[in-house]
Design a binder for this molecule. Structure first.
Ligand code: ADP
Ligand code: ADP
Ligand code: MG
Length: 496
């Protein structure tokens, strides 16, 4: 079923930039195989580049913003998830609608090699790396082996997957406790369990296997040494089809809950310029070693002066926004340019970072109730604004957040020249925002921003867990706001 016909005439892109190698292919129309804020983000890049965008939607997403914002929108079936997870259906639709490329966003099929394969088979450009690289890096043990070969330091652990509990226990003794039991094809912070002893490993083993099978369709697991209280530092890289690879510096994603990121920062306030340069170089080496093309992220753990490769994400990352803010480089635009066969628009020596950016993942969750998801209707949404404030979201007043997808409903990004100013701007912007009807993590993030340890810029992945008191905030409405609400209620009652 189709609706929302042409709004913007397609243009043919800039042929003048044709590469010498001649494998340049103008991209005129892109199918966005995703939903929500990242689909809206991709629509925005398309609009700025004169490329037509095609959105897809399930019944639950009929009224979603990405559907309204794209040039065209097509149903991919009634089911909330099946369509977004069906590579053949999505590529068929791309062909039928005359798209020359497909952007997978993050989550869903973004790291699914089969989707890249089918795209290649049907002559649709996949906006991401090759199927072979996705396969290699999507398998965390395979990725570890590639990195060891390339001379990139890797977290100590098993050479490959562990076949059974007996092997896991032997390896656990060899590595030394605590260990991390991890799903080989895991993602999104799931399928990871810290085991402090043999007993805990024995207990966790069948559970992680079952979780991995359900969530990722693979029962494979492996062991890593648990790096105690590490910092999560990741580098953004871009590679083109000419073998050029650059990094756009790092992001600090140490503020996590249950291995899931909550607040991300660029650049990390806890790195020296030497460490920054070292990590940037390592990530370029990692990407070159696997012949990486398009945008990607190399994730590391840092502890006691050591750096360990953890994994590589072969897609645009949720927190790409903060890298855009500090470098001024539009990462989605670069992705599209790379896919069309153009060289990178920037050289390493020309890439600079300025100031600090923070991203708050505003989730529809109740921090006071163990972060229980809080789906429902958004009765009022007023976006924060002012200098240095950016919001990436697909919500609007009156929108009902469906229970089938992520609980992340908004990414609030702030930028300022200094770390202190960036935090203060974050506090102010979170205060500016009005998001009513569902419980959110916004007030909790303000507590984090007021915490002296956080403000010192020195923290690690145990920060959230070691500060349970930060959920004890009280949401008080300001007197003037209360007065306004009362006046509005009276006016409504009086029919004014
Ligand atoms: P990022 O790595 O970009 O910071 P997340 O780890 O939060 O992002 O993942 C982004 C989204 O993708 C989440 O909805 C997460 O559940 C989903 N996701 C990530 N990796 C996988 C995977 N391997 N399989 C299924 N879903 C995944
Ligand atoms: P995902 O694919 O789900 O993003 P990662 O391998 O990136 O999984 O790990 C997610 C988070 O789990 C990391 O950011 C970190 O906080 C924690 N973690 C993963 N491996 C280790 C480890 N070996 N030691 C300590 N923490 C780890
Ligand atoms: Mg990760």
């Amino acid at each position: 079923m189709k609706h929302l016909v042409t709004r913007r005439p397609g243009t043919s892109g800039s042929k003048t930039q044709q590469s010498a190698q001649g494998n340049f292919q103008v991209i005129k129309k892109i199918l966005i195989a995703n939903r929500g804020e990242i689909a809206v983000r991709i629509v925005r890049a398309c609009a700025e580049m004169g490329i037509r965008s095609v959105a897809v939607y399930s019944d639950a997403d009929r009224h979603a913003l990405h559907v309204k914002r794209a040039d065209e929108a097509h149903s991919i079936g009634a089911e909330p998830l099946a369509g977004y997870l069906n590579p053949r259906k999505l590529v068929n639709l791309a062909v039928e609608t005359g798209c020359d490329a497909l952007h997978p966003g993050y989550g869903f099929l973004s790291e699914n090699a089969e989707l890249a394969d089918i795209c290649a088979e049907r002559g649709v450009k996949f906006i991401g790396p090759s199927a072979e690289v996705i396969r290699r890096m999507g398998d965390k043990t395979e990725a570890r082996r590639s990195m060891i070969k390339a001379g990139v330091p890797v977290t100590p652990g098993t050479e490959g997957n562990v076949a059974d509990i007996a092997e896991a226990l032997t390896e656990g003794d060899r590595i030394g406790y605590p260990v991390m039991l991890k799903a080989t094809s895991g993602g999104g912070g799931r399928g990871i369990r810290r085991c402090n002893s043999r007993e805990e490993l024995e207990h966790a083993f069948p559970r992680v296997i079952s979780e991995a099978t359900k969530a990722f369709g693979s029962a494979q697991v492996f062991l890593e040494k648990c790096i105690v209280n590490p910092k999560h530092i990741e580098a953004q890289i871009l590679g083109d089809s000419f073998g050029n690879v650059v990094h756009l510096f790092e992001r600090d994603c140490s503020i996590q809950r249950r291995n899931q990121k909550l607040i991300e920062i660029a650049p990390s306030p806890q790195l020296t310029p030497e460490q920054r340069a070292y990590i940037g170089d390592l990530s370029v080496r990692a990407a070159k070693a696997v012949g990486y093309e398009n945008a990607g992220t190399v994730e590391f753990l840092l502890a006691e002066g050591e750096v360990y490769f953890m994994e590589m994400n072969t897609r645009v990352q949720v927190e790409h926004t903060i890298t855009e803010e500090i470098t001024g480089i539009d990462i989605v635009r670069e992705q599209i340019r790379i896919a069309s066969g153009l060289p990178l628009s920037v050289k390493q020596e020309d890439i600079q970072h300025r100031g600090f950016a923070l991203q708050f993942r505003i989730n529809a969750e109740d921090p006071k109730n163990n972060f229980l998801p809080s789906f429902g209707k958004i009765t009022r949404y007023y976006a924060p604004g002012g200098p240095g404030v950016r919001t990436d979201t697909a919500i609007y007043t009156g929108y009902t957040i469906p229970p089938f997808y992520d609980s992340m409903c908004l990414k609030l990004v702030v930028w300022a020249l200094t770390w202190e100013e960036a935090m203060d701007r974050g506090l102010r912007a979170l205060d500016d925002m009005r998001l009513q009807g569902v419980k959110t993590t916004a007030a909790y993030y303000q507590e984090i921003l007021r915490n002296p340890e956080f403000r010192s810029g020195q923290f690690n992945t145990s920060f959230v867990e070691s500060h349970p008191e930060l959920t004890n905030y009280s949401i008080k409405r300001k007197p003037e706001e209360l007065a306004l609400a009362i006046a509005a209620a009276i006016a409504a009652h009086a029919g004014l």
